[in-house]
Design a protein around this ligand. Sequence first.
Ligand code: G3H
Ligand code: 13P
Ligand code: ZN
Length: 309
Amino acid sequence: MPLVNTTEMFKKAYEGGYAIGAFNVNNMEIVQGITEAAKEVNAPLILQVSSGARKYANHTYLMKLIEAALIETDLPIAVHLDHGDSFELCKSCIDGGFTSVMIDGSHLPFEENIALTKKVVEYAHAHGVTVEGELGRLAGVEDDINVSEEDSSYTRPEEVEEFVSRTGVDSLAIAIGTSHGAYKFSGEPKLRFDILEEVSRRLPGFPIVLHGASSVIPEYVDMINQFGGKMPGARGVPEDMLRKAASMAVCKINIDSDLRLAMTATIRKVFAETPGEFDPRKYLGPARAEIKKLVKDKLINVLGCAGKA
Ligand code: G3H
Ligand code: 13P
Ligand code: ZN
């Protein structure tokens, strides 16, 4: 099966009350761990690439890894640009075979966000590529940009209809209190489901995207701390909240930090237990297996998309 865009998968996810997992990929082991999990449970997938990932691993290498995963799995897979920050970057990814792009103009004034997003949509749609826009701003670190809590802002529901109709975007990322990275809440986790509800009331049937959706699984944080790391206070989105979002209008749930934690915790454990180990396969192999286990659990028990390919 060739790569797909997100149109069909979001339509089915919206109607079925589940969400598609959008997992960030940076190297072969991550691509393999995610796609092997999806194959075992027959789930559709979004593999997303940040501009940092593209700089790290190279566009062609990542595309070829994903093409290999397509051959191995025969699943509906979309390859998506995560947090595109310019028309040129989106165009380069579209020209290079991506089937979906995000143009993140959330830091721009409303009119400028609309103008940039519309320009990307026109180019993308002419090439059969779907586009995710963003309104509202998440706190946290993404690529080299660090958005402080004071500079973050919730999505304003009164803006969403105009944004969607004037840009033509296919999905919309909104800010309801999640943030990027491993330190999401200093106190009790709290998400503004009232904003999500109001947005979906104003945009019936329209797919919403949730960024910053890692649960920052405590077992991995504990393992990292146990084996020489230091991550006090790391805390993510409780899985129940993700289940609730998936049952509502959220059709795409973005997960990166949990993969990083699974990988890092596993590698730290191998090194702590076998300090003489120097064969990369002996620590990258277990890291890949742990990513597979984590993703399988998310697909079945959190996102609800197992069996939906
Ligand atoms: O939203 C950000 C993702 O976790 C990607 O992170 O830009 O460091 O690759 P990155
Ligand atoms: P996490 O940092 O919570 O994994 O969020 C990832 C994300 O939103 C990628 O766009
Ligand atoms: Zn994000």
